[in-house]
Design a protein around this ligand. Structure first.
Ligand SMILES: Nc1ncnc2c1ncn2[C@@H]1O[C@H](COP(=O)(O)OP(=O)(O)OP(=O)(O)O)[C@@H](O)[C@H]1O
Ligand SMILES: [Mg+2]
Length: 408
């Protein structure tokens, strides 16, 4: 294996920081080489809140990854989430005056679409092409080579507030490391947990983290809607801590042991250690009700948002829930009950040479590798040309990994 084929990715969550090394074959097959994870520090709701703490946590995870992978990491692909991330659909048109559409026309139309919605205080993360319109013909995948008068590009644009973007870069600034790609966390999750059939039919992927929930709707293989809600699993934990008057750590352990959908045995009780007091006894159902109520509120808030945006009809395939919050027992059934849409849990396998880990919280890290491979997800205005798979590998993956050198 050549060193230049290795890619490093890091998912900086509010609860956990996960990093991994992998190779990607020309056909997109990901082989994991090494993995490291540590509790997150200095990051809340997807944004940096304490640079020193965040830098220390990054040091811990990257040092461990370097040891586990027996290499020195010089560049990485990373994710970004939080309310600073915004997604918008946009259209841009150019005149082609009866001639053949070429790549340059396509790029001009896409650029116009971007200019129509993009504001100066934001940094562009992704321009995701949806479709093209040539005169009156809609739904064109690739207009290059076709003849027409007016070309319109439909795109979904994801950007992030510049301050949030530069603060993310800042947590790597003390190390000799380049951040090659910053990927919207929700997008990475979509790629990791949905099948091509689901992306065609239309699904809504919810990456439920500790502090944020990333919403992404994909239909006809096109990203139609993205948004981030600044709430996640920690809200449920803090409710349990508040109502049961216990520490957050105790509440977290209790949360892993309740079911927010199926009623439990009415006689079952939980002895919950209080703050400096003797333990209190609560019926398990009462605790589950506290969590259920908050889940219902969050589901209703989500549906209201989706309804307001007019995108509810775009995901007949229902919900795929992932991220650590998707582990909450009964959540997928509760979502189905309240929304009348199917829901499934999107688990991801992390297959390392010496072990296999499976779970929802690996969705973003695995999606980051897929995004590094898929040209549509790493395309920027300076790299707008479509290329074949080998071309892609040459221009993106090889450039990403060129600086990752085996050292030991
Ligand atoms: N078994 C479980 N049952 C219920 N909740 C769980 C379980 N396991 C993990 N969680 C919840 O998952 C959340 C953490 O998920 P994850 O690791 O995806 O977050 P993150 O990526 O660090 O955060 P964010 O994406 O919001 O920045 C926590 O709120 C935790 O309580
Ligand atoms: Mg996350």
């Amino acid at each position: 294996m050549k060193n230049s084929d290795i890619i490093a990715a890091i998912d900086i969550g509010s609860a956990r920081i996960i990093a991994a090394l992998a190779t990607i074959s020309p056909t997109g097959e990901i082989t994991l080489l090494a993995f490291a994870e540590t509790p997150s520090k200095g990051v809340k709701k997807g944004g940096v809140t304490n640079i020193n703490l965040a830098q220390h946590a990054i040091d811990v995870v990257l040092d461990e990854l370097q040891v586990n992978g027996n290499c020195h990491i010089h560049s990485i692909v990373t994710s970004l989430s939080g309310v600073s991330v915004i997604g918008n659909n946009a259209e841009g048109s150019v005149s082609v005056r009866g001639s053949t559409v070429d790549e340059f026309d396509v790029r001009k139309a896409v650029a116009k679409a971007k200019d129509a919605v993009f504001e100066d205080e934001y940094r562009l993360l992704h321009i995701l092409r949806q479709s093209f319109i040539l005169d009156r013909q809609t739904g064109i995948d690739n207009p290059v080579g076709m003849i027409g008068d007016q070309l319109t590009a439909r795109v979904h644009i994801i950007g992030v507030a510049k301050t949030a973007y530069y603060n993310l870069l800042q947590i790597f600034s003390h190390r000799d490391i380049d951040v090659d790609h910053v990927v919207a966390g929700g997008l990475a999750a979509v790629l990791a947990v949905s099948t091509p059939e689901e992306r065609q039919l239309g699904v809504c992927v919810l990456d439920i983290g500790a502090g944020t929930t990333d919403i992404s709707i994909i239909h006809n293989e096109q990203i139609k809607y993205t948004a981030v809600i600044p709430h996640g699993g920690e809200l449920i934990t803090s409710d349990i801590a508040f109502f049961m008057r216990c520490t957050v750590d105790v509440a977290e352990a209790i949360k892993h042991n309740i079911d927010v959908y199926s009623p439990c045995d009415s006689k079952e009780r939980l002895e919950i250690p209080g703050l400096g007091e003797v333990a209190r006894s609560y019926s398990k159902q009462a605790v589950a009700n506290v969590a259920r109520e908050r889940c219902e509120q969050l589901i209703d808030m989500l549906m209201q948002k989706i309804h307001n945006e007019g995108v509810k009809h775009m995901f007949p395939g229902g919900f795929i829930i992932t991220g650590g919050g998707a582990n909450l027992t009964g959540l997928k059934q509760l979502i189905t009950e309240r929304t009348h849409l199917p829901a499934r849990v999107g688990k991801v396998e992390v297959a390392l040479p010496d072990s296999l880990r499976a779970g929802c919280r690996f969705a973003t890290i695995m999606g980051l590798f897929q995004c590094a491979y898929e040209e549509d997800y790493t395309r920027s205005m300076t790299n707008e040309l479509k290329a074949g798979i080998m071309g892609r590998l040459n221009t993106q993956i090889r450039s990403i990994s060129a600086r990752i050198m085996k050292q030991f």
